[in-house]
Design a binder for this molecule. Structure first.
Ligand SMILES: [Zn+2]
Ligand SMILES: [Zn+2]
Length: 406
């Protein structure tokens, strides 16, 4: 089959690789209908996530059709159309039982790596380095999905793949970011980063009852999207002092909740931005804290910081004093996608929310190398790219034509 493989910094290629096989009785093989490039794939592309190996298959956002089931799979059959959550979860450990799905104790065969780095492991993730399990990703024609009975969500009849492909990651991730803000009627929620996750967080915050949503970015296309798709007020952080502007907009108090949808590659301004870039380049810190510092400064006393942008290690000049003095609550982590999926599928099916409205690019899988560049450089008004592995498939796997494609 063909798959998008990592070969090094700024080097992904569409390679011919071996088809995936059922390994464990709980596995299914999914024929990928659509797959996305995620902002967090750019951290791999830019070489910020350790333990990637040449030839690793990328991609953790994909939907498709089951073409083969392991002998232990009970809930699914060949021909089912499914949403695959990006975290892999066993369904029986303490964390899974407590709906902390992305923190699963059993799904990461390389758990020792994260234990060594962070003191404990996280669950496995498709296509996201060997420290997250070394699972092959979904930017491919086919993918092996373990623990199928636990993770997968059936796509209701009549709903096209494109409408649900963002439910594999960024919509639940944005929704959890907003959910963690415990939004009350009348609340103002500010969101740093108007990329795909930020947009989903804004859409969700609105849906969960925020009266005002404010999007912060520096790219006019993204700010425009936040305004048009999420009814957000917007601030360009290169044009205004964000903390000051937010205070002015909120009667001097600051937003009730601040969401960080930026993460470790935050682009700072002025001396502080240069300081972080130099330190990160010299490997004196892993992560750049520009966005985090702004969130902390801007948030009202007693408010909530909700962090969904990816951070990987140590960070410098972290404003712990302000967090303490202002009595802020801090939430962080990967989305517990399984917890939210049934509800979010219903919202999409009932047309209450339309996350796919932010998709700007639809390309065949073959064009992945160029698509990564476009997404990285935010060219061509690119917000979210969906790749279709079947559009230009050269090879057909025996038997799939009869599998009831929709
Ligand atoms: Zn993602
Ligand atoms: Zn588990």
């Amino acid at each position: 089959m063909r798959a998008v493989c990592w070969h090094g910094k700024h080097d992904v290629r569409v390679d011919e690789v071996a088809d995936p096989q059922i390994v464990s009785m709980g596995d299914v093989i999914v024929k990928v209908a659509l797959t996305c490039i995620c902002g967090s794939d750019l951290h791999l592309y830019n070489g910020y996530v350790p333990t990637m190996k040449k030839g690793d298959i990328m991609g953790h956002e994909f939907v498709g059709e089951i073409i083969e089931v392991g002998s232990g799979v009970k809930r699914f059959h060949v021909g089912d159309r499914v949403i695959v959550p990006f975290p892999i979860s066993c369904g029986v450990c303490w964390y899974c039982k407590h709906e902390l799905w992305s923190l699963c104790d059993n799904s990461n065969p390389n758990s020792w790596m994260l234990e060594h780095l962070y003191g404990d492991t996280g669950g496995g993730i498709f296509g996201y380095s060997h420290m997250y399990g070394g699972f092959s990703g979904g930017q491919a024609e086919y993918v092996r999905v373990p623990f199928a009975d636990v993770g997968l969500e059936k796509i209701p009849d009549g709903i096209p793949y494109e409408q649900v492909v963002l439910l594999t990651d960024i919509f639940p991730t944005g929704y959890q970011a907003a959910d963690n803000c415990n939004i009350n009627p009348g609340d103002t929620v500010a969101v740093w980063g108007c990329g795909p996750v930020g947009l989903m967080a804004m859409m969700s915050a609105r849906h969960l009852g925020a009266e005002r949503v404010i999007g912060i970015d520096r790219f006019p296309d993204r700010l425009q999207m936040a305004h048009s798709q999420c009814r957000a007020e917007v601030l360009n952080y290169e044009e205004v002092d964000v903390a000051e502007a937010l205070q002015n907009m909120t009667g001097g108090r600051g937003p009730d909740s601040c969401i960080d949808a930026v993460g470790l590659e935050a682009v700072g301004t002025g001396i502080e931005g240069i300081y972080d870039s130099v330190k990160q380049t010299l490997r004196l810190e892993n992560d750049r804290a520009s966005a985090l510092r702004q969130l902390t400064k801007a948030c009202r006393k007693g408010g909530t910081l909700s962090i969904v942008g990816v951070y990987s290690g140590f960070i410098d000049k972290f404003p712990m004093g302000a967090i303490f003095a202002k009595g802020l609550t801090l939430h962080a982590g990967q989305a517990h996608v399984h917890k939210y999926l049934p509800h979010l599928v219903k919202l999409v099916a009932e047309q209450q929310l339309n996350p796919s409205s932010i998709i700007t690019h639809r390309l065949p899988l073959e064009q992945a190398p160029g698509a990564y560049k476009t997404f990285l450089n935010k060219q061509d008004s690119c917000i979210k790219i969906v790749l279709n592995p079947q559009e230009s498939a050269r090879t057909a796997r025996p038997g799939i034509e009869e599998a009831g494609a929709v």
